[in-house]
Design a protein around this ligand. Structure first.
Ligand SMILES: C[S@@+](CC[C@H](N)C(=O)[O-])C[C@H]1O[C@@H](n2cnc3c(N)ncnc32)[C@H](O)[C@@H]1O
Length: 187
């Protein structure tokens, strides 16, 4: 069996993409959100499943992503905490690959306050059986702060409403990035 039909444990990103593939539904016109467009790799992946709203605060990131020439994507240059100003429909899934643009300015990075606001907003929009995957970078100062704030918030959510799972690469060095996976169970 090829990787297409498997969970790919190579890293946090391949793991998340393969979970979305496994969950792929036959529902037409699925709507996704990429909370951190960056160079557009996650946006490209999500656009293979449906329509994508893709946020980033950096014009440089969006410019690079646009070079991928994806047709079913709306790029939004704004903070993901403002999602509610742009999206007024329910979504089937979202990816937040936190941190800074690889090769870019490390000071322009996701931050705990706005990340938490954005995640709360996405949870409101997520359809039943929808997936939200957040990739955490605990090896960076901001990433560590986001990890603490998000886990504190998420662990209090009602287990009847959400399945919340973390997959940690516990035998890897250097605080390997890892995903938090959230599935909505009911309205
Ligand atoms: C690790 S990169 C994302 C990688 C990307 N998903 C990809 O596939 O290439 C993180 C991105 O988040 C963006 N970012 C940081 N703070 C943000 C915010 N408040 N709202 C939206 N994007 C933000 C950064 O500009 C950066 O491009």
């Amino acid at each position: 069996m090829g990787k297409e039909n498997n969970i790919d444990f190579t890293n946090a990103i391949t793991l998340v993409h393969s979970l979305f593939k496994q969950k792929k539904s036959n529902i037409m016109n699925q709507i996704f959100l990429d909370g951190t467009c960056g160079k557009g790799n996650d946006t490209k992946f999500l656009s293979s499943l449906g329509y994508v709203y893709s946020f980033d605060i950096q014009i440089n990131a969006i410019k690079v992503a646009k070079e991928l020439k994806l047709t079913n994507v709306s790029y939004i240059m704004d903070c993901h905490s403002k999602i509610g100003n742009y999206i007024n429909e329910n979504i089937d899934g979202a990816i937040f690959n936190l941190g800074y643009l690889p090769g870019g300015d490390k000071k322009i990075t996701t931050k705990k306050e706005t990340t938490l606001l954005a995640i709360k907003c996405v949870l409101e929009l997520l359809k039943v059986r929808g997936l939200l995957c957040v990739i955490i970078y605990p090896g960076h100062e901001n990433g560590k702060e986001e990890e603490i704030v998000l886990l504190n918030y998420l662990k209090e959510l009602n287990q009847k409403e959400f399945n919340i799972v973390i997959i940690n690469f516990i035998n890897r060095i250097n605080n390997s990035p890892y995903p938090i996976i959230i599935e909505r169970l009911k309205e």
